[in-house]
Design a protein around this ligand. Structure first.
Ligand SMILES: [Zn+2]
Length: 454
């Protein structure tokens, strides 16, 4: 048994003097209002269930800052950003992908993220040919998470075509693709998970996968009880193309393919049409919002409050890694609704806390996100003595934390009963910032990787 004693912990409500006992990677017992026994490790501040980053593309961390328009007169949108991202995607070999992903995952761990959902589509070689092991990059990503101490669900994405008009993959997209949904399934079947590694399915989007193939991927996930994720209506152009090609909105098309339901997470769900909210809610399809990416790419603000009311559990992701801060993502779910509605109070602070913990864990297929016996021993401690959170009281602590805490307030991170971050320092790779800086430098120096050139 490993034992921690927290001054304060969130157990559905804020409790004092909480004893957390882990047996292996799970919590064996959680009790409050007790004194610390000898040998218990003290966690000061507030302990929360580990934060869950449901939607990540680790390699896109290399675009942070550099992809921002340098001048006020520079124009740009999602599609021009995608051009930069494709240029980067065309350069990464497995070694560089490992360094970039590992360092990005260290940044996540330091930010209190205990589990990441990596939406993975960089499958083949830059020229599109498969590696000798067709899962080389997926295994590389899983190894990077392990090296950073992070729990991971690898959401392996089926990606078959360049658009709803059926055009073939080209350029950087070639390495994303599988020959067919059956070839995708055969490849993914060869990936084994581990104690901190799960394999899930993804349909890249209705743009990239035809309806019968969507149904096949959804069936594969259903047979295995695996999570199924899909990018949904991030841009209005996807809706226009879907309506033109099929007469259905992307959400309705996914529904007809049997791809919606409680194990499915729709990522973004920004530009929903009439009926889509009800469809997602009635099927209990989860929705992962990525507000810092959505605002960065000028995507728009999705109907988060209406989705929650309709029955869709909400969760959050750092997606493009514009920043890595789940507190910022979670409060933006509420604050963005305020901007577009002229009204406050769409989501309770407790609902936002649940989005960044428990609902995220469910979306990625893990028994985590709640501090109780039997759940995975994933939790984080927040410093409450710093200048930023000064002035809190027991009664308003959750509001304080949800609306003002940042990744920098995380002091300790325990994942599967192991201390991955202690006293704001990561246990394993030292010089994490330097390692990431170096990996990004190499990614951008590679041929075709000059993301700052137009
Ligand atoms: Zn994404």
């Amino acid at each position: 048994l490993t034992i921690w004693h927290a001054d304060l912990a969130w157990l559905g409500e804020v409790r004092e003097r909480v004893l957390l006992e882990a047996d292996g990677d799970r919590l064996a017992r959680v009790t409050s209002d007790v004194e610390a026994p000898p040998g218990a490790r003290r966690l000061s501040g507030l302990v929360l269930p580990g934060l869950v980053n449901v939607h990540s593309h680790a390699f896109q961390r290399a675009l942070r800052g550099r992809s921002q328009p340098a001048q006020a007169r520079e124009q740009g949108d999602f599609w021009s950003w995608r051009g930069l991202m494709y240029r980067l995607a065309a350069t990464l070999d497995p070694d560089l992908l490992f360094e970039l992903a590992r360092a990005t995952y260290v940044e996540m761990a330091l930010a209190g993220i205990t589990t990441v959902g990596e939406f993975h589509y960089l499958h083949g070689r830059p020229d599109g040919e498969p590696y000798a092991d067709p899962n080389r990059t997926g295994r590389t990503i899983a190894a990077a998470a392990e090296a950073a101490g992070l729990r991971i669900t690898l959401l392996d994405a089926c990606y078959l075509r360049g658009g709803l008009d059926g055009r073939p993959l080209e350029g950087a997209q070639l390495r994303f693709g599988d020959r067919s949904a059956a070839a995708w399934a055969e490849r993914v079947e060869a990936l084994d998970g581990g104690p901190a590694f799960r394999v899930g399915a993804a349909i890249h989007s209705v743009r990239a996968v035809d309806e019968p193939s969507m149904a096949a991927v959804a069936g594969w996930a259903a047979d295995r009880g695996a999570p199924l994720h899909v990018h949904l209506s991030e841009q209005p152009a996807e809706n226009r193309d879907s309506l033109a090609a099929t007469g259905l909105t992307p959400a309705a098309l996914l529904h007809r393919a049997g791809a919606l339901g409680p194990r499915t997470t729709a990522v973004h769900a920004t530009h929903l049409e009439a009926g889509d909210v009800e469809l997602l809610g009635a099927t209990a399809t989860g929705v992962c919002l990525c507000p810092t990416t959505e605002r960065d790419l000028a995507d728009g603000v999705g109907p988060a409050a209406a989705l929650a009311r309709a029955g869709s559990p909400l969760c959050a992701g750092s997606d493009s890694q514009a920043v890595i801060d789940l507190f910022e993502e979670a409060r933006a779910i509420e604050l963005d609704q305020r901007l577009v509605s002229g009204r406050r109070g769409h989501h309770s602070p407790e609902a936002l806390l649940k989005a960044m913990t428990e609902s995220g864990a469910v979306a990625l297929g893990w028994d985590a996100g709640r501090l109780e016996a039997g759940m995975l021993a994933d939790f984080v401690a927040l410093d409450l003595t710093g200048i930023r959170l000064a002035g809190w009281s027991r009664e308003d602590l959750v509001r304080h934390v949800v609306f003002a805490a940042t990744a920098a307030d995380v002091t300790d991170v325990v994942i599967g009963g192991r201390e991955v971050v202690a006293g704001r320092r990561h246990a394993r790779p030292p010089e994490a910032g330097a390692a990431l800086h170096e990996a990004i430098g190499r990614a951008l120096a590679a041929p075709g990787g000059r993301a700052s050139e137009g």
